[in-house]
Design a protein around this ligand. Structure first.
Ligand SMILES: CC(C)(COP(=O)(O)OP(=O)(O)OC[C@H]1O[C@@H](n2cnc3c(N)ncnc32)[C@H](O)[C@@H]1OP(=O)(O)O)[C@@H](O)C(=O)NCCC(=O)NCCS
Length: 168
């Protein structure tokens, strides 16, 4: 990576081709263009890209749902869902994924009123699991054969908002 500083900002329509390219390179889970657009138009405050030297090098795509709490039995509430996050290979391990997640979690709470946030992750994706644990997520469920290739998923969740004690 060059010396360019990394900027995290809201995604625009014009970013979608690069975002989709990073998704295709990084993950087996892909989406139709109308799905990407629908999420961008509906939850655009929490659809972020990381840009370095004018180039998009990472993204995070989120939405919110009204659902049962992961932590308080019988309680319903607005919950953020991280649908997809990826950083281009040559830019990984430099804190970009952390920045995208922290900013998206802040925005899911501040703009959309999310009281919790969750995501699915392959049980073999140790790197991502380590990152989520570092950011206060914990495994709340294992879903057998969640992915199309038969791999199980962990559902990981954490309460919002972020607190000073989170070390973020
Ligand atoms: C998961 C991903 C988004 C993380 O992005 P990133 O920019 O590399 O993340 P960061 O640099 O902020 O690293 C954050 C943490 O990840 C872990 N990590 C980073 N590089 C690692 C490595 N080589 N090995 C193991 N853990 C690693 C560490 O816990 C690190 O925190 P630390 O630096 O405080 O130790 C990125 O690896 C990626 O795009 N992977 C492919 C797509 C993917 O798996 N997405 C998640 C699907 S659920």
């Amino acid at each position: 990576m060059s010396d360019c500083s990394v900027v995290v900002r809201e995604a625009t329509d014009a970013d979608l081709p690069e975002v989709i390219r990073i998704n295709m390179e990084s993950l087996p889970e892909h989406y139709t263009l109308s799905f990407w657009r629908n999420i961008l138009y509906t939850w655009g405050k929490a659809f972020l890209v990381a840009e370095a030297c004018g180039e998009v090098v990472g993204y995070i795509m989120c939405r919110t749902l009204w659902r049962r709490s992961f932590f308080r039995r019988f309680l319903m509430g607005r919950v953020g869902h991280i649908i997809s996050i990826a950083v281009r290979e040559g830019y990984r391990g430099r804190g970009i994924g952390t920045r995208l997640l922290v900013e998206a979690m802040r925005r899911l709470h501040d703009y959309y009123g999310a009281k919790e946030v969750y995501l699915e992750v392959r049980v073999s994706n140790e790197r991502a699991i380590k990152l989520y644990k570092k950011l206060g997520f914990r495994v709340v469920q294992r879903v057998v054969r969640y992915y199309a290739d038969g791999e199980d998923a962990y559902i990981m969740a954490r309460p919002l908002p972020l607190e000073g004690g989170d070390g973020l």
